[in-house]
Design a protein around this ligand. Structure first.
Ligand SMILES: Cc1cc2nc3c(=O)[nH]c(=O)nc-3n(C[C@H](O)[C@H](O)[C@H](O)COP(=O)(O)OP(=O)(O)OC[C@H]3O[C@@H](n4cnc5c(N)ncnc54)[C@H](O)[C@@H]3O)c2cc1C
Length: 448
């Protein structure tokens, strides 16, 4: 229920050569529609398949679905845009590598999420990116970043030598991605997930304590804290804030660190309960805790239940029949003060619009939190209008507070100028677009 755009048609190439031919055909036509690429198009909450502009032909790339190469020992896979996270994760099952998976459906694209700079349970997806194969607006095919060197693949080096063109093709309208080299994480020998409850009166102190543990290296992967609204949206139980914290390593290190964390939590006096996954596995109907535990281990097979709880439908029917769902995705400092301020802003949005957002704190490291703000609403026109008004207000309030989003939805592309800082840097990127794509073969996207 984002603004509908004029889409003149959809092309579904099945080979890289067909992508190049299509791009060349568009390059021959002056002033015609522009191409907007997507992988599996499940960009829910940010506009799904909806382009950011009118006069577009959508190029859907799920037909390119080869896993071209896989090197478990070297820790990388070469995948095309149609390869889903579930398929790659299943292929790695039983090996000593795993994929950094997201909490979205298993049927979403590994590359689609990476090029939009998504976030997995282990880290930001851009950190999984080693190389990209790209079709430029004139049809030329090139490979940027790191690609295996034939017989002797060597060690992964995404930046290569000299200025790195790799980042130019994420959140980008400079090319169409036809494949990528994705890094695979070493699979931990053991894992324990701690669930810690705390009440809202302790928010600042509890977040500062969790930050301290993260800074001291006690936490593996992305520490998650759900507020009550978001726990319930995704199908869990909570009448308080609930933190999910992963510890992974060898059997002995996991046992030791889990014990230490239990002691730290006890000594802090901040937490109402501390449950360990080995001693207190999540209840059968606690979909969030069940899914999160698997996700840390690179297994997205429980995500469909969480998706159904969030939007009421299976992946294939979310856009046609699912409930309303909007995301606002700012990065905020990992401090109790900043998290409390973000909660105050969401309370203000609630008071002004009547729409209450859920939020999940995803600590990416000791300094940065990806705050996932979600608005869930019934799919009626008045409810949608209210939810979108609440989203607009959230953009305004968070920007004023210095909490800028790192991804944009299809209605808010004009925010890129407001949020980008130095105008000379924006002008530089526009100059690159003008040089590479003077005839605007590729539609300016959500970040242009
Ligand atoms: C319940 C729920 C949970 C979610 N959890 C997460 C989460 O944990 N982490 C997260 O990051 N997101 C999450 N999402 C958001 C979203 O579903 C995912 O980001 C999803 O991976 C995006 O869809 P996709 O993989 O089909 O990518 P697409 O929709 O195919 O691509 C996303 C965008 O990337 C660009 N793009 C894609 N392919 C290409 C290409 N080949 N060439 C050039 N540009 C391209 C386009 O701009 C496109 O719009 C969640 C959503 C829901 C509803």
């Amino acid at each position: 229920m984002f603004s509908p755009r004029d889409i003149y048609g959809v092309v579904r190439p099945r080979t890289v050569e067909e992508v190049r031919e299509t791009v060349r055909a568009f390059a021959r036509t002056e002033g015609g529609p522009r191409l907007q690429a997507l992988s599996t198009g499940r960009n829910w909450g940010l506009g799904s398949r909806e382009p950011a502009r009118d006069s577009v032909v959508t190029m859907e790339l799920q037909g390119l679905d080869a896993i071209r190469d896989l090197d478990v020992e070297g820790g990388w896979a070469i995948v095309e845009p149609g390869v889903t996270q579930l398929r790659l994760a299943e292929l790695l099952d039983g090996t000593d590598r795993m994929l950094n998976v997201t909490a979205s459906s298993g049927h979403t694209s590994v590359l689609g999420n990476i090029v939009d700079r998504g976030v997995g349970l282990r880290r930001q997806r851009t950190l999984d990116l080693a190389g990209l194969e790209v079709v430029l607006p004139d049809g030329e095919l090139l490979r940027v970043g790191w690609w295996p060197h034939g017989e002797h693949p060597g060690a992964v080096n995404p930046q290569g030598l000299g200025p790195s063109p790799l980042a130019l093709f994420t959140q980008s309208d400079l090319g169409i991605v036809t494949a990528g080299v994705v890094r695979l994480l070493p699979r931990p020998e053991a894992q324990c997930v701690l669930r810690l409850g705390f009440d809202s009166g302790r928010l600042v102190q509890a977040i500062d304590e969790l930050r301290r543990w993260t800074a001291q290296g006690l936490v593996s992967g992305v520490l998650k804290v759900y507020d009550t609204v978001s726990t319930q949206s995704y199908g869990g139980h909570a009448d308080e804030y609930l933190a999910h914290l992963c510890v992974s390593g060898t059997e002995r290190s996991v046992a030791a660190v889990s014990r230490v964390l239990g002691e730290e939590a006890g000594a802090s006096g901040l937490f109402t309960r501390v449950l360990r996954s080995d001693e207190h596995p999540p209840a059968d109907d606690d979909m969030v805790a069940q899914a999160v535990e698997r996700l840390y281990a690179g297994d997205p097979s429980r995500n469909e239940t969480m998706l159904r709880s969030a939007v009421g439908q299976d992946a294939d029917r979310v856009d046609t029949e699912g409930g309303g769902w909007l995301f606002f995705l700012p990065l905020i400092p990992f401090t109790g003060r900043a998290v409390a301020r973000a909660q105050e802003l969401l309370a203000q949005v609630h008071a002004e619009t009547g729409v209450r957002a859920g939020s999940t704190i995803n600590a990416l490291d000791a300094d940065v939190v990806d705050l996932v703000v979600s608005f869930r609403f019934p799919r009626t026109a008045p409810d949608a209008r209210r939810a979108h008004r609440a989203l607009d207000r959230t953009y305004e309030l968070f920007a004023e507070a210095g909490f800028h989003p790192y991804r944009l939805d299809s209605d808010h592309h004009q925010w890129v100028d407001r949020l980008s800082g130095d105008p000379a840097a924006r002008a530089f990127v526009r100059r690159l677009k003008q040089t590479l794509d003077p005839r605007l073969v590729i539609a300016p996207g959500r970040y242009a």
